[in-house]
Write a protein that binds this ligand. Structure first.
Ligand code: A3P
Length: 294
């Protein structure tokens, strides 16, 4: 339960990964989750474009029918596996009630994913976003999200984020983990920056991966409906249905900027140099390459 002033219990850890306390309390239910072979799992590190890919996948599933995508707020359309806030049903409870084929989502790193997803060779979407924009977005999200710790100043948050002391832990481990298994399992590995640059091409990839074939006008509608401007104005995607004592959009809107390169407005020259050095060390030996500006 929320405490007075909107302060929530501090994060706790599972195998070194900080997670909301209620998620940790519910951990055995999450690990025992029974995936089905036709489950589709949307996987992201926080603030990488989860809502964007969710809306895209749903629009494809609904054949471009805008009204059907209005049936519920985005956070209720795809069960969030590790979600727990008793007495509400947990993400696992919601998934169990959902008819197949299910679209689910998670922010877990590969090493914490319930084993049944690997055993059933499920399909995974992974959306990666460049580390600096992710950090900036997460900072503003923690400022307005009272279910996560107060981020402190930008200078303080920089240190917290690069050391992975944030919910769902280190961006570096998360991205590397999913990148490394992308060819061993059925992973459609997408980049936020690519979707921004050429949404139609990336949406077509998503469509094919889902085994769907939608005609040109439907595809064009999906491109239009999933722009930042449309999703910012859409109450079913902009999180305006969440109570202010959880998400205070007067501090920072959930649909904040939706751009590539906002990091340049936040990182000082010294922070940027330090970040590049940390990045080089942590990502050494990885072939992944990010676009930092468009
Ligand atoms: P910013 O804070 O940089 O604006 P998530 O859904 O994983 O929490 O990610 C949220 C980030 O994705 C926010 O980034 C949000 O604005 C951005 N976003 C959401 N929908 C988008 C869209 N249609 N186009 C571009 N960015 C989008």
């Amino acid at each position: 339960m929320a405490l007075a002033g909107g302060t929530w219990p501090p994060l706790r850890e599972v195998a070194g990964v900080p997670l909301p306390a209620a998620t940790v309390d519910n951990w055995s239910q999450i690990q025992d989750f029974e995936a089905q072979p036709d489950d589709l799992l949307i996987c992201t590190y926080p603030k990488s474009g989860t809502t964007w890919i969710q809306e895209t996948v749903d629009m494809i599933e609904q054949g471009g029918d805008v009204e059907r995508c209005q049936r519920a707020a985005i956070q209720h359309r795809h069960p969030f596996l590790e979600w727990a806030r008793p007495p509400q049903p947990s993400g696992v409870d919601r998934a169990a009630e959902m008819p197949s084929p299910r679209v689910l989502r998670t922010q877990l790193p590969t090493r914490l994913l319930p084993p049944s997803f690997w055993e059933n060779n499920c399909k995974f979407f992974y959306v990666a976003r460049n580390a600096k924009d992710c950090m900036v977005s997460y900072f503003h999200f923690q400022r307005m999200n009272h279910s996560l710790p107060d981020p402190g100043t930008w200078e303080e948050y920089f240190e917290t984020w690069v050391s992975g002391k944030v919910a769902w832990a280190s961006w570096f481990e998360h991205v590397k983990g999913w990148w490394e298994i992308r060819e061993k399992f059925q992973v459609l590995f997408l980049f936020y920056e690519d979707i921004k640059r050429d949404p139609k091409q990336e949406i077509q990839k998503v469509m094919r991966f889902m085994g769907k074939n939608l005609d040109g006008p439907v595809l064009d509608r999906i491109v239009q409906e999933t722009t930042f401007e449309k999703m910012k104005a859409n109450p079913m995607t902009n999180r305006s249905t969440a109570p202010k004592w959880i998400l205070d959009q007067s501090i920072s809107p959930f649909m904040r900027k939706g751009t590539v390169g906002d990091w340049k407005n936040h990182l000082t020259v010294a922070q940027n140099e330090r970040f590049d050095e940390i990045y080089r060390q942590k990502m050494e030996g990885t072939s992944i390459d990010f676009c930092m500006e468009l």
